[in-house]
Structure formats: structure tokens, C-alpha cells
Design a protein around this ligand. Sequence first.
Ligand code: CP
Ligand code: NVA
Length: 308
Amino acid sequence: MTRHFLNLSDAGGDAIAAMLNDAISRKTARAGKPKGTADADAPLAGHTLAMIFEKNSTRTRVSFDMAMRQLGGTSLILDGGTSQLGRGETVADTARVLSRMCDAIMIRTDDHSKIEEMAAHATVPVINGLTDLSHPCQIMADLLTVIEHGLALPGSQWAWLGDGNNVLHSIIEAAGLMKFDVRVGCPEGYEPSPLFIAEAVKFGAAITLSQDPQEVARGADVVVTDTWISMGQAHAEEKLAAMMPYQVTPELMALAKSNAKFLHCLPAHRGEEVVDAVIDGPQSLIWDEAENRIHAQKSVLLWALGRL
Ligand code: CP
Ligand code: NVA
């Protein structure tokens, strides 16, 4: 069975825990090495990852490329504008061709059904590099980051402030699988998908929605936000105005635990979802979080290719 990573539930809690442990060991083992050199065991020597981008990216693009180098393999990029996919070749045919030429596929796209179609026709692992629905690789890095900074995931309290978007969906999914709780503060009409909530609740996570940002932040171990306008969404003044009370400020952070951690997947819109004093402040883990995209995705790649 080909292992795809379209959502965190494709792996499940035990495999996620194994990936996080592997990421910590690999990161520790290669400390101090130049970033482009391979790990001592170069487990993916001779392997190539095809990366398809139908949306912009800095972190996902660079971190997957560096991850493949560090695992001893290589990557190549197809973008929507210059590949035949951009001229209407079907996702299914693209999946079949890339499966003959490459060892794994990472795709960033809009409609989640496209990645499902890719996975249905690929005979190599397909990894979700962000869709409109979810961003599981980002949350693998987020989990790694808070663990490294001393947080025990089970029973921890996460506070999300802002738009009920793709990143939040993967956090809610992680909450069910890794046994933590999420309080979501968002304006009416911008809530996350009830399907993700129902699934996490089934696994025993407490997921609550509130329009009171103070209540959401109070006592949290982790405070998270993301852009109010995701890629592909129209820039709407009405939405920005509705989101304003959920901006992460020092006053909101002061309501969280004194050792609470601040996360943001980046890119940030400083002065919108978060102010400089928080994102550049002592509780912010954003640069570790960004670097950890490499370390977490190395373990995702190893899992998908049956090496974990
Ligand atoms: N966080 C994240 O996925 O960043 P990019 O859009 O730069 O890849
Ligand atoms: N929610 C954002 C995440 C960017 C990494 C978006 O989809 O644009």
C-alpha cells in the first residue's frame, strides 16, 4: 500500500509520534553540519521528490528541497505556469507520469479534491504541501517545535485566534490524534469545518468555539494565529474588520500561561493578525518553527517511503 500524507489522519497518532521522535534524533545528530550536507546514513540516496506548486511558497519549497538533500536525495520543481498541468493535462495523468519518473510527489494546490485525485492515481507517495483544506506538514513542524521547547502535548491547551482556515484544520486534527485541546476564537461566519471538529472530538479532544478572544487566550499553553486572508481568497475589508478583535497582542498573551508559546506558520501580516511585540517577543517560536519544517518533513518523507 502506497503511503500518502494528505492529512495527519493518514498516518495516525502512533506514526506521528514516531516521526516526531525521528525528527528530534536526526536534528540532534546533524547539529553543526552545513545545511546542505547529507545525514550520515543518507537514507534516501538516489531518490527524487517532485514538487508541484500551484500557489506561492517560500518555506515549503525550500524546506522540502533541503530535506531531500539532507536525506541524500534530490528534488525538482514543477510550477503551475510552466508545466503541462497548467495547460490542462489531467491530475491523474500527471500522477501516472511522475510516478514513473520520481519516487515521491509533494503538491501545493487549491482544491483538496485535486490532491485526492493525485493520490488515487499515483503509485508513489503523495504529500500535501498545503491545500485550501489543510496543511499537515506545517503542523508536524509546530508539534516538533513546542515539544522541543518543553511542552507535553497530551492535555495541553491551544488557543487559535483568527480565521478558521487550512492551518487550523490540521491543528484540530492533531489535537484528536495527539490528545490536546483547542479553543478557537473567530468571528461568526469564519469558523473551521465541523467535520474536522467532529473527528477530533471522537478521539476525545475538547474543541471549543468562542467569540471572546480573552476567554480563548486565558490559561493557554500555546497561542497560534495565521493570516486573515489565505492564498486564493479575496482581500475583503469586511473580513479584516471582523477579525480585528482577534489580533494577538501583548494584552492577550498576558492572559495565557506565563510560559505560553506563540506560533505562526508565516508569512505574517504584522499589524493584522499579530503585532510586532508578540511575533518578535520572547514567547515567539516562529524561527524554530520555520526551521523545523525541514526536520519534520524529513521524517514525513521517511514514513511515506516506508523507512519509518
Ligand atoms: N508556512 C508556509 O507554508 O510557508 P510558505 O507559504 O512560504 O511555504
Ligand atoms: N492559511 C495560509 C497559510 C500559508 C502558509 C494560506 O493558505 O495562505
